[in-house]
Design a protein around this ligand. Structure first.
Ligand SMILES: C[S@@+](CC[C@H](N)C(=O)[O-])C[C@H]1O[C@@H](n2cnc3c(N)ncnc32)[C@H](O)[C@@H]1O
Length: 219
């Protein structure tokens, strides 16, 4: 049988209990936690889309008391790792994983568990075909409570401009898969968010030319 195409750009390490580890999360988890500490007023129920290994949820809940985090992904191997992280959680603040394809119009169990205080998604929008970004923003608009936040982390262009490292990354993504690519926050995502009832609230510069972007559902 042919190997399935990779869902991430790096090799993920795996522990004996099934928990996987990704080098990029080791680099970005501290700055993300620092930025999110300014954002959440606990208690907060967060739905994560495209949780990957599951490390963000485990690390962020361990450092931010009052945060309750539900994992999800489309990819079977990632769901297995998220399950292992959820089972290793002693604080009882990790839930899921749910199987969610962000591009779908119905997010299954996440619909009945709504409204959510926040939807968090790191590093999916550029490593998935465009309909995943469309579905992500529509889903957040549909399932967030009034006042709830959609939080995105990753590389983005701003009004047609990109850091040189992101432009090179964009080219390499498109060589792997022509449907992938660094998206433009202002030209691509903000209009979609407007149409889904979400307003751009803040953009925070993060290390390595990444951004932490917050959209808010009015209310
Ligand atoms: C580069 S990994 C990022 C994982 C994790 N968020 C992180 O920052 O380490 C991209 C993830 O997006 C997931 N993904 C891709 N397309 C998706 C979709 N349409 N719906 C949900 N998840 C998707 C993949 O399965 C993979 O886990």
């Amino acid at each position: 049988m042919a190997d399935k195409p990779p869902v991430a750009l790096e090799n993920r390490g795996e522990g004996e209990d099934g928990r996987r580890y990704s080098p990029s999360v080791a680099r970005n988890r501290d700055p993300i936690r620092e930025a999110l500490a300014q954002v959440f007023i606990p208690p907060a129920r967060v739905l994560e889309i495209a949780s990957g290994t599951g490390e963000h949820g485990a690390f962020l809940t361990s450092g931010l008391p009052g945060l309750h985090w539900t994992y999800s992904d489309l990819d079977g191997d990632s769901l297995v790792s998220q399950r292992a992280w959820q089972q290793a959680d002693t604080a009882g603040r990790l839930a899921g994983p749910l199987r969610i394809d962000a591009s779908a119009q119905d997010w299954g169990d996440a619909e009945s568990l709504a409204p959510w205080d926040a939807v968090f998604c790191a590093n999916m929008v550029h490593i998935a075909p465009w309909p995943a970004a469309v579905g992500l923003i529509c889903g957040a608009g549909r399932l967030l409570r009034p006042g709830g936040l959609l939080i995105l982390y990753g590389p983005f262009a701003r009004s047609g401009a990109m850091a040189p490292s992101n432009a090179a990354f964009d080219e390499s993504l498109k060589l792997r898969n022509p449907d992938w690519g660094v998206r433009d926050l202002d030209r691509d995502l903000v209009p979609l968010a407007d149409a889904s009832g979400l307003a751009l609230q803040s953009v925070t510069d993060m290390p390595a030319n990444n951004l932490l972007v917050r959209f808010r559902k009015p209310g």
